[in-house]
Design a protein around this ligand. Sequence first.
Ligand code: SF4
Length: 361
Amino acid sequence: MKYIDEFRNLDIAAKISGLIKEDAKGLGEMNFMEVCGTHTMAVERFGIRQMLPENIRLISGPGCPVCVTPKNYVDKAIALTSLENVIVFSFGDMLKVPGTNSSLFKQKSKGKVRIVYSAFDAALFAEKNQDKKIVFLGIGFETTTPTVAATVKYAKKKKMKNFFVYSGHKIMPPAMKLLASDKRVNIKGFLCPAHVSAIIGMKPYVKVCEEYNIPCVIAGFEPLDILHSVLMLIRQARSKKAEVENQYNRVVKFSGNIEALRLIDEVFSINDSDWRGIGVIKNSGLILSKGYREFDIEKNIDLPEVKTSADKGCICGSVLKGIKTPLDCALFSKKCTPENPYGACMVSSEGACAAYYRYRK
Ligand code: SF4
């Protein structure tokens, strides 16, 4: 198949759905978790759940980078905007995420926050405005990290003194392992993230399969990709296997993107990281490595003290762990809407609450 329409062919979708129903018979309840915000959106948009038998449940995990960024990070980013000559640069999705007392969006009107499409745009601005300190909010999984790493290398080459990164970057496999061990979620298979896998390849999921006996299938984003991947998970479960399979092999290679991995490895070091609603996960985050510390905002500025309060009524944490769905939240579509989000999962275009709101409401 070559064209997008082919991956959305209803007749083929119905055939795969039929195979899934046939093969899922007698398997008992199976929870398959997708850990990619784009999958979450696609599942809702194309009504994939409605094409599955009752015993096959797709649950959304912590696949949206904005959603898993903790409130304390948002509060600190907001606090940075109060410093003289500091301008914060961010991807647009982060702006509406509520902090304890404000949001980056509110600070934008004061000229202290700018939206960019890449870290490199922020570095170019820094080059032209050397009287300002430019802080780029480094959010995202392995997909976005290589471009930030390349930008930091550029800043080093140019001997820039006014460009910094506030790293909130995260690594997906450690979060998958944590969830795999959570009996409340009872995951029987992972739909592995496509973009992330294009960078990291298949290997990092092997331990998830081996240690937790959970099958992993790297899935593409189109409806036929997702249905096919679900069928692959079911067939592994039927034959009592737990292996890494690559449904998205038109993009993802076994070893991933070697050059991108090399860049990440050079510029970043692995660190423990705090995930919204989940807590600190060992070795699940990235900070700038020793050779690039001069671009780490946390090492070069005393970040203002902030007091972060807990979210009242928002169950984003449970949604991100797959324990609850957005429909379980009393605030969903009442007090919490994309125009007036209470939590990060309603803000991001990849958040589970935003997906439910957009396609179920
Ligand atoms: S609907 Fe809103 S308040 Fe409820 S979990 Fe989602 S983001 Fe939080």
